[in-house]
Design a protein around this ligand. Sequence first.
Ligand SMILES: [Fe+2]
Length: 318
Amino acid sequence: MRYQLTPIHCRPWLLNALSFKLIESHYENNYGGALRRLNAITEKLESLDWEKTPGYVINSLKREELVALNSTLLHELYFASMGGEGGKATGQIAEAINRDFGSYARWKSEFVAMGNALGGGSGWVLLVYIPRDRRLINQYASEHSQAVAGGIPLLALDMYEHAYHIDYGANVKAYVDTFIRNIDWKTVDARYQDAVGVEPLRPLEQPEFGDLPGVGPEEVKAMIDSGKPVQFIDARPKHFVSRQQDIIEGATWRDPERVQEWAGELSKSDPVVVFCAYGFHIGCKTAIALRDAGFDAKFMKGGHSGWRAIGAPVKQYV
Ligand SMILES: [Fe+2]
């Protein structure tokens, strides 16, 4: 199936200090070139015999497909990023920029510095929304294929020489400043509003444990570091403890099969955090048993492995 052309979004006659000659050359040769290459590669891929084609041919074609597709997409975004009056961001994107960068001025100085830093080289500077953390970042890309997985680019600055050389020669700084003056914040804001509707990867669901409260390892560590009284129980099955040979600092191991025996040693006035190897059944079941017995118990998401994955301290189990 062929990829279709996206007409140029910005109105070239509205652009500030960027010539028709430059914009036309960029759109027709560089954007158009990427699209034409993409379609040629796609056609080639569609005709390939996957069982007989050597790996190096597959690798090179798939790499070129990635480069051409991302170049096509990013150029479309670049032309859709301009045509406004620049100035400060407006709308919901302005609030998000304040939230994630501190201020518009701070965002702008980072974005401009990143553009200038790519002068003499090539690449993209992108303002990207990341659904996983529902936040914005300015992303660096030294080539078309460097994109944040799952990120949604909202604003694109093309730092390949072909984007400015006709008008600005080697004066990268003037080009970057011109781009900022041409940003169409209205359309960036509209894209942001679309992007925030994209949900992150669905969280782990364990419906069999109902609304049992869980707490992330970062939060548990912060509670312990701040000196809050937490009864931290390692409820990994016996064979895990002897096999892995380490235990979380500050945690006490208790056999999950004997909850009724050791529960009486716990205090009902301080919270209990219980965990197993990965945060599934054993930890949840133990937390439920403790809650049923009247304790303020929660399970730790990710369990022992999650704790290790955030680099929190463990010690040798003796
Ligand atoms: Fe370009």
